[in-house]
Design a protein around this ligand. Sequence first.
Ligand SMILES: C[S@@+](CC[C@H](N)C(=O)[O-])C[C@H]1O[C@@H](n2cnc3c(N)ncnc32)[C@H](O)[C@@H]1O
Length: 202
Amino acid sequence: MDVADVEFWESIYAAGTPPWDQAAPAPPLVRVIEETELPAHARVFVPGCGFGHEALWLAAHDYHVTAVDFAPAAIEGLRYRAQAAGVAIDVIEADVFDLPTELGGGFDALVEHTCFCAIDPHRRHDYARIAAQLLGHAGVLLGLFFEVAGTIEEGPPFPTTRSDIIRHFEPAFEINRIEQPEDSFSRRQGREWLASMRRREI
Ligand SMILES: C[S@@+](CC[C@H](N)C(=O)[O-])C[C@H]1O[C@@H](n2cnc3c(N)ncnc32)[C@H](O)[C@@H]1O
């Protein structure tokens, strides 16, 4: 099966709690969101949201959140969690490479968490371009990237290094920081890159 096919991801959800799910927002992302001091009620986009732990955290902190995943099980899981938490999130079942046009741009921030390493590596430039187009003037991408060694054939997750992140995002983003966080979940310690970047003006 192909990672571009929703059935690939749906079959992982069907097998039980997916292996990437940490049941909580990633501490480095929460920290960088707080440090970034987004405007009150900022519009935030979360691609490949899975069960949406960051989306839930953002909504609980009064941001206007749009979360997208193409796997129905992820969408159902996030809708259930949002209802249980009493928070409002625009949860959209869609392919990040084929987003509904009404989504437009104008988001203040995009929060990336292990979506980059999940998509076909040949589509990474497209992914970075789409991320930039979703953002408005001075929009920021706050990302926690899972570092992956190995070959494309072994993925997903697909090989991801610090230089891969810089190479793919730098054309559309000014990278303000990219560092290995010390507050990763214990099983991801030393295997993540926390990045903060601002959309370049076109
Ligand atoms: C590794 S999981 C990460 C989920 C979540 N961000 C997290 O960190 O818990 C990747 C997610 O991206 C979704 N995904 C992969 N390719 C996608 C695409 N082209 N469009 C939308 N969602 C996609 C999968 O269904 C899956 O839920």
